[in-house]
Every structure is written in C-alpha cells, then in structure tokens.
Design a protein around this ligand. Structure first.
Ligand SMILES: C[S@@+](CC[C@H](N)C(=O)[O-])C[C@H]1O[C@@H](n2cnc3c(N)ncnc32)[C@H](O)[C@@H]1O
Length: 276
C-alpha cells in the first residue's frame, strides 16, 4: 500500500529516486549499465513510490537520468584514458560508480553531499569494497567557503582532477551555480562534467511535475547554456534526447530529432574545461 508520507519533500529525496531508476535499468537485458547495488540503496518501497508519484502518467520519464548516467559513465572513461588522476563527485547522492566502474585501484575518488545523505550512505555501504580509494564528505556545495575547503582537500596532489555535478545544478539558484563554477575554476579542475537543461525544459518539468517535486523544483536552466559559466568552455556536448533515441529509451514519438524543438535538443550532458 502506498504510504502518503513518502514523497519528495526536499532535494535529497531525488537521490533515492535516481537510484530507483538505475535499479530498474540494471534489470533490463539490454541495460546501458549495471548498478547492482542500486536496488538495495533505493529501497524497494521508498524508491518505487517516489518514482511513481513523480512520474507523469503515460510517460516513461525515468529515461533522462538513465541516459545521463550512461553518458557520464562514458565521459569519465574518456577522461581516465586521457590521464585524469582524481574524480570529485559533488552531490553524489546514491551514485555507486566507485563500486561499479572499472577504475584503477590507485585512483582517489571523492564524494560530497549533504550530511543526511552522507551518513546514510556510509552506513548502507559500510561492507561494500570500492574499486579505488574513496573519501566521502558532508558539505553544502553552495557554501562557498566550505566547498573551497573541500576542493583544496580533494585536489591535493592531483594533476588532472575531474569534477562531476550530476543532477545538481537544476536545483540550485543561478547565483549559487555561478559561485560554484568560479570555485571550481580557481581550484585547478581540468574537466567538469554536468548535465545542463534549457529554459524550455525547465518550464516543462516545473509545469508537469512541479507540485510533486516539493522543495525540489527546478531553478537553473540558463538561456545560452554553458556560456553563462564564465571562464569555462564546452569540450563535449551530448544531447540527452539524441542519445535516448539512439538507445531507444525515450518514448517513440520523441525519437525523430527533426520533430523536436532546439530548446529541448540542447538539453543534456556537457564536459567543460577551463577556457584558455
Ligand atoms: C537528483 S540527486 C542526484 C544525485 C546523484 N548525483 C545522481 O545522479 O544520482 C541531487 C543530489 O544533490 C544533493 N544536493 C542538493 N543540494 C546540495 C547542496 N547544496 N550540497 C550538497 N549536495 C546537494 C542532494 O542531496 C542529492 O543527493
């Protein structure tokens, strides 16, 4: 029976929702990735109820986070092949990449998220061995000084650090995104992988799912995309709609790119680097 008390009340609930979608994808015979821990982390009831409460009836709206996960997996793999020697996942939620990706054992991976998520994740994964060195910290990444102190720790000794902000920026006030972007730029980050959504998509999400998102309404979807992140340039831009069509995850009517407005097609994942 659905428990009414279970719903998205704040942004940290969205992390469980992501894990529920990753568990669902992992169970498919043609899965885009295998995340065997996701099912346990999401918790059968809580994750599934969140997903069903937020889902728009008739749509298959778990596909964007699934496609995003796979696109980011691939970008991490390319960065490692190009000599990335540190991965820093800000707002990692219930992400399990340090446990499921093929990673060099000597790689040091840092994660940060809000205190409640970090404490719960530490408990849930206490007996699971990561495939590389892993450090998890509780911080608010929009707190400029706390984030700067964390970045000093997380980049120490690294020559080519990579930062991931997957599923974070859309929940953050635009001014705080710019502060974070500046913080990353001044701490020697070589690659920054993030999802970026267009103003059109922001409107669609808030209009269709807004009330069910509680305090997790979308706030950041800049006109002009990554151009607002001063000091960064786009190295790679991957449309989530095109990738979803290629992998047959989006609804059939969305698959012909020609039929979709550019304001949707530009939404997706970017790999940024500091502008020269
Ligand atoms: C949609 S989830 C994404 C989690 C994970 N990156 C993924 O893709 O599965 C958003 C995450 O952002 C975290 N978050 C939101 N605001 C934050 C902040 N100010 N500082 C740290 N983490 C934050 C939430 O706790 C949550 O884990």
């Amino acid at each position: 029976m659905v428990q009414e008390s279970i719903a998205i009340t704040d942004v940290s609930d969205t992390a469980i929702w992501m894990a529920a979608y990753r568990a669902e994808e992992s169970a498919r015979p043609d899965a885009l990735f295998s995340d065997p821990i996701a099912e346990r982390l999401a918790g059968r009831l809580r994750g599934a109820v969140l997903a069903s409460k937020v889902a728009v009836p008739g749509s298959r709206n778990g596909w964007p986070p699934v496609v995003r996960t796979r696109l980011i997996d691939d970008l991490i793999t390319y960065a490692l092949a190009e000599g990335c020697d540190r991965v820093i996942n800000l707002a990692a939620g219930w992400d399990t990449r340090p446990y499921r990706l093929e990673l060099p054992a000597e790689l040091h991976w840092f994660e940060a998220d809000l205190p409640a998520i970090v404490a719960a994740k530490d408990r849930a994964l206490a007996l699971d061995p990561p495939r590389c060195e892993l450090t998890r910290r509780a911080i608010d990444v929009t707190d400029r000084d706390a984030c700067a102190a964390f970045l000093v720790e997380a980049t120490a000794g690294a020559e080519r650090p990579l930062v991931i902000t997957e599923g974070l920026l859309q929940y953050v006030e635009p001014a705080a995104v710019l502060t974070l972007s500046e913080n990353l730029r001044t701490h020697g980050i070589r690659w920054w992988i993030t999802d970026l959504w267009t103003p059109l998509l922001l409107r669609v999400v808030n209009r269709t799912m807004g009330r069910r998102l509680g305090d997790a309404r979308w706030l950041f979807g800049p006109r002009g995309g990554a151009r607002c992140l001063r000091g960064w340039e786009v190295r790679e831009q991957l449309s989530i709609f095109r990738a979803a069509a290629r992998w047959r995850r989006s609804p059939r009517w969305m698959r012909p790119a020609a039929g979709l407005p550019a304001g949707l097609l530009r939404s997706g994942v970017v790999c940024l680097r500091v502008a020269e």
